[in-house]
Structure formats: structure tokens, C-alpha cells
Design a protein around this ligand. Structure first.
Ligand code: AMP
Ligand code: MN
Ligand code: MN
Ligand code: MN
Length: 276
């Protein structure tokens, strides 16, 4: 059986390891088909691709696009697209501009509750301002002893309703799916079980995504509880979605599921990688 991991992050976005280091883990763990899906950025693709080639791993281009749908953040992964396509490059650039300003806003919120220096602190873990994410702030607060774990930073400060939460200026679902499909790729709703939509909203989301040309959902992922694998296998069959899987590995500190150690898909699904 093939070892497939189509969702993970490097230092190009909010992962802790470089694209090359990620490729090396993929090799060590015998990954056959691998995609690096950094948030809103393609700068790690070439390095990942060439290292994967050296290792004989089948590399699939990837990206995880931040969108807002139904008033909540929704992540759409693009797989197997042309990473030099102007439309997707320009679209992602727009999202990243918003990340830089949002990071300043997050830092001023921390300032106002007496936790200073967080912008500079977060920047120590990011390659550019435009790639700053909540993860970088969380890493800084753990490493300076304000919190003991990443999860605690999110729970106390960085989630909706908490003092340092600032909504992102993300793409629409339509934009993300269009960028992916126009550049030749397959759009995937990732970790569908993580959003707090109502049952009715989920139905609307799946239908709208399908109408826009979205083709797949992530069924098995480190961002799902194992009990959700069967739940989303059922959804995939019901809506005729292809099934994807990926660890969502972010590097050493957050290893709920290791790169290349993704459990098999439930039976009876149509794997997305058979359509690349
Ligand atoms: P951002 O795109 O800047 O809003 O940051 C979102 C990232 O933060 C996600 O991709 C996760 O890597 C991380 N994240 C979000 N929620 C949590 C959480 N509750 N605990 C730990 N990490 C989280
Ligand atoms: Mn992330
Ligand atoms: Mn995500
Ligand atoms: Mn992810």
C-alpha cells in the first residue's frame, strides 16, 4: 500500500523545519507521494521538489489557502497545480500582504494587555513579515515562558473572542477554488471536522464548494480525531468527493501526527492521488 502525506508545513509558513528537512523526514518514513502545503505561500515548493526528486519521492505541488466562509476561517488545500501560474501567485501575494498588517494588530493587542515585544519575538521564527501567523506568536510566548504550551497560547489569547485575536483578511472560497482549478490543480476542504459550522452550514458549504469546482475533502488527518475518519468518509461518498489524507505536521513541537505516519483511508473511497 502507498504511503501518502498530502498536508504539512515548513519554515516557508508556520512549520518549524525547512522544506529540505521535511523531505528528509518523508524519506526516512518511506513516503511515496508527498505534498508540502504551506499557508498562502509557494516559496518552499522548489526546494521540497528537488530534494524529493533526489530521494525518489513523488512530489505533488501544494498550498493551504486561508479563506473565510460563513464568518469563519476555512482552509482549502490546492494539490497538483502549476506553481508558476500568475493567477494563484498574485492571489496568494494579496493574502500575505494582509498577514503583515494583521501581525502588527495582534502585537498591539498583546501590548495593550501588557505583553510587549511580541512582533519582534514572533519574527524570530518567521522568514518574512508577510508569512507571520498566530503560530509564530504562540512559539514566542512559549519560548519566553508566558505560557507552557502552544495550545495554551491559543486558548488564552489567540482564538476568537480572546484578547489578541485578530481576524485575517483572507480570500473568499470562490477565489481560492478558482486559483487552484485555473492553475490545473484539485481543491480540497481540509480538516472539515475542525470548523464549528452548524449541520445546515456544512451542507451548504459542501454543495457550494462542489458547485465552484471543488473536488476533494481531507478524511484522514492529524487535525481530526480518529472518530472523524468514518464521519468524513461518509461525507465524501455522499457528495462524490475524492478523499485526501495528510498529517498536517508542523515540526517537532506539535507532533500529534508525524509526517509519513498517516493511517490508511477507510474503505470504499476514491483517493485523490489517483487523479493527479
Ligand atoms: P493563522 O493562519 O495565522 O490564523 O494561524 C493558524 C495556524 O495556527 C494554524 O494553521 C495552526 O497551525 C495553528 N493553530 C490554530 N489553532 C490552533 C490551536 N488551537 N492550537 C495550536 N495551533 C493552532
Ligand atoms: Mn499552520
Ligand atoms: Mn489548516
Ligand atoms: Mn495545515
Amino acid at each position: 500500500m502507498l504511503n501518502v502525506d498530502l498536508h504539512c508545513h515548513s519554515t516557508a509558513s508556520d512549520g518549524a523545519l525547512s522544506p529540505e528537512e521535511m523531505a528528509t523526514i518523508a524519506k526516512t518514513n518511506n513516503v511515496d507521494i508527498w505534498s508540502l502545503t504551506d499557508h498562502d505561500v509557494l516559496s518552499g515548493q522548489e526546494a521540497a521538489m528537488s530534494k524529493a526528486k533526489e530521494y525518489g519521492i513523488n512530489f505533488i505541488t501544494g498550498v493551504e489557502i486561508s479563506t473565510v466562509w460563513g464568518g469563519r476561517t476555512l482552509h482549502i488545500v490546492g494539490l497538483n497545480f502549476d506553481h508558476n501560474n500568475e493567477l494563484i501567485l498574485k492571489g496568494l501575494e494579496g493574502i500575505r500582504k494582509g498577514r503583515a498588517t494583521r501581525a502588527r494588530d495582534i502585537a498591539s493587542r498583546f501590548d495593550s494587555i501588557g505583553i510587549t515585544g511580541t512582533f519582534e519575538g514572533a519574527m524570530r521564527y518567521a522568514d518574512k513579515e508577510e508569512n507571520l501567523s498566530r503560530t509564530h506568536f504562540a512559539r514566542h510566548l512559549v519560548n519566553t515562558g508566558v505560557c507552557s504550551q502552544m495550545q495554551e497560547v491559543f486558548d488564552r489569547y489567540l482564538t476568537v473572542g480572546k484578547p489578541a485575536y485578530v481576524a485575517g483578511n483572507w480570500a473568499t472560497l470562490e477565489e481560492a477554488v478558482t486559483w487552484i482549478t485555473e492553475s490545473g490543480g484539485i481543491a480540497v476542504i481540509v480538516h472539515p471536522g475542525r470548523y464549528k459550522y452548524t449541520t445546515e452550514e456544512y451542507v451548504n458549504l459542501f454543495n457550494e464548494f462542489k458547485d465552484l469546482g471543488g473536488r476533494a475533502i481531507e478524511v484522514v488527518t492529524g487535525s481530526h480525531f480518529p472518530s472523524q475518519y468514518e464521519e468524513y468518509a461518509f461525507v465524501a461518498k455522499k457528495y462524490g468527493f475524492l478523499a485526501s489524507c495528510g498529517s498536517d505536521y508542523h515540526g517537532l513541537e506539535k507532533n500529534s501526527m508525524m509526517l509519513g505516519e498517516v493511517p490508511p483511508l477507510p474503505k470504499g473511497l476514491d483517493p485523490v492521488w489517483e487523479h493527479f
